[in-house]
Design a protein around this ligand. Structure first.
Ligand code: FAD
Length: 514
């Protein structure tokens, strides 16, 4: 059996950036469950935040991030993010990422809840694709082994120390075992938990399930961000209409053409994402419609097509000229704030197991992510992981003293007939009961159904059955955490506890105990 220094799971920005830094430090195996460029990263539009502009500062970026996080950010992690961010942008430029410029200077745009323009972008609204393609090209030329269509199904841990992974080669059906000194989980988010999502097929929360089953701590799962504006065209998958569209002057209107967001918040269209998503949901409910409109028809055509070429083209191909007609939009599941608990060096509570990117929870986002901080988080904390690994140390995080485990809720009966398990049934349940607005009753019902599905499901054998099983576990962790948190904070909103409570200025951590 081949042994490596580093096994990296995933090939989005987190996996690729880790692999590129690791290749100078030892042997590297990169495993990814689909084609190398299939990931959330490729879909990122708005850009990457960093305090590099005139009038901006690390302190201002810190304050905006803390404010968005609604009392639950890890202040040390945020300080690291904003202080080290600008240097990591330079690293990306050195890797060949070309950010857009104006008059020779890096162009910066503003997004909701940022107090100044601080978002760097590439190819207009194709930032993620540009980063992904640049890094994956470098990785393919570098000295490392890359195995596509290899789904990691288990993290091997002996005596509290990581030893490697088991993986299913989806093309041959063979299960293989790989050994390594370090395993770095970079498996992305879990937007596929919901039937309306901006995330591609790969976003099935695998890292959460892998880490939980290996004994790692999972934190903040109740905080899932719903993006307010995804395209809502019949027969078209919900495609993200970037926040930057509102940043550049796009206006939200209801189906009657009236601007409505100021009815819900004084910040109007540029309020934080959760506020805008709930405002849109309330307006849709009030009028009895399944969409609102994002209007850019008043903006210069040249601005729209130059700044948002990707969105413009995607809509045009689907029969909508956004310079002439308003864009039908509705909220959709977007970003997982919670994840595998790490410290400021990406370490988990298992020696040798690191996590980075959307599957990790460093604590920088707290209860709500500030737009465009996620790509920055990846590059800042991945660099720190590799510094730690280079020093040859991996001191596991001490286990959190107070934690929950799923076993405690086993065996409760569903109050209604158990619906047959399918991906769509799971996604609909999560959208209806664990979505933008939650209640104790709905969450209890979701948990009962998920627990019974867990008990009834066959042992996974192929990629889709592993993914479904991972989604059920991630959904269960999310629903349980949302039920435990009896308050509303950041992206977590409970209709039966609509206010934040000072009793809940703390985190919910899960760890498998059986
Ligand atoms: C539409 C959209 C727009 C966004 N816009 C922005 C933005 O403008 N700015 C910003 O900062 N953030 C944005 N985000 C969020 C950001 O793109 C993601 O958080 C970030 O790209 C996550 O990177 P990642 O490498 O952690 O995960 P991903 O890019 O999703 O990569 C995960 C990788 O892991 C692989 N994988 C998963 N499970 C397994 C397994 N079991 N075995 C093997 N491989 C596995 C996948 O195949 C994939 O290669 C956006 C997200 C979306 C969906």
């Amino acid at each position: 059996m081949k042994e490596y220094d580093y096994i990296i799971v995933g090939s989005g920005i987190a996996g690729l950036y880790t692999a590129l830094l690791a290749q100078g430090q030892g042997s590297v195996l990169l495993l990814t469950k689909a084609g190398i460029n299939e990931c959330n990263t490729r879909h990122a539009q708005g850009g990457i935040a960093a305090a590099i502009g005139i009038g901006d500062s690390a302190e201002l970026h810190y304050q905006d991030t803390i404010a968005a996080g609604a009392g639950l950010c890890d202040e040390e992690a945020v300080r690291i993010l904003v202080d080290e961010g600008p240097d990591r942008i330079t690293d990306l430029i050195d890797f060949g990422v070309h950010f857009d410029t104006v008059d020779g200077e890096v162009a910066l745009t503003r997004e909701a809840a940022h107090s100044v323009p601080r978002i760097l972008h590439a190819g207009g609204d194709a930032t993620g694709e540009h980063i992904e393609v640049t890094l994956s090209r470098l990785a393919m030329l570098a000295k490392m082994v890359i195995m596509e269509y290899c789904l990691v199904t288990q993290i091997i841990v002996d005596d509290g120390v990581v030893r490697g992974v088991k993986a299913l080669d989806s093309r041959t059906g063979a299960m293989e075992e790989f050994r390594s000194r370090y395993v770095i989980l970079a498996t992305g988010g879990g937007g596929r938990l919901f039937n309306f999502t901006t995330n591609p097929d790969i976003a099935t929360g695998d890292g959460i399930a892998l880490a939980y089953n290996a004994g790692a701590e999972i934190i903040d799962m109740e905080f899932f961000q719903f993006h307010p504006t995804a395209l809502r065209l019949p027969g078209v998958t919900p495609f993200l209409i970037s926040e930057a569209v509102r940043g550049e002057g796009g206006i939200l209107r209801n189906v009657e053409g009236r601007q409505f967001m100021s009815d819900y918040t004084p910040d109007g269209d540029l309020a934080p994402r959760d506020v805008v998503a709930r405002g849109i949901l309330a307006e849709m409910k009030k009028i009895g419609s399944d969409r609102v409109f994002l209007d850019v028809t008043h903006l210069p055509r040249r601005l729209v097509t130059a700044r948002f070429p990707h969105i413009y083209r995607f809509c045009l191909v689907n029969g909508l000229d956004i310079t002439k007609s308003p864009i039908p939009v509705a909220p959709a599941a977007h970003y997982m704030m919670g994840g595998v608990k790490t410290n400021a060096w990406g370490e988990t509570n298992i020696a040798g197991l690191f996590a980075t990117g959307e599957t990790a929870c460093t604590g920088v986002h707290g209860a709500n992510r500030l737009a465009s901080n996620s790509l920055l988080e990846v590059v800042v904390f991945t660099k720190r992981i590799m510094q730690r690994a280079k020093e040859g140390v991996s001191t596991p995080l001490g286990n959190q003293r107070e934690h929950f485990s799923l076993g405690e809720r086993k065996g409760r009966k569903a109050s209604r007939k158990l619906p047959p398990l399918s991906l769509l049934a799971l996604q609909s349940l999560m959208w209806d009961r664990v979505g933008i607005v939650r209640s104790g009753e709905g969450l209890t019902e979701a948990i009962s159904t998920l627990a019974l599905w867990q008990q009834a499901a066959d042992k996974p054998s192929d990629r889709s059955s592993y993914e479904l099983s991972n989604l059920i576990l991630a959904g269960r962790l999310m629903s349980e955490a949302a039920l435990i948190r009896e308050e509303s904070r950041g992206a977590h909103f409970r209709s039966d506890f609509p206010q934040p409570s000072s009793d809940w200025l703390k985190h919910i951590v899960f760890r498998k105990t059986d």
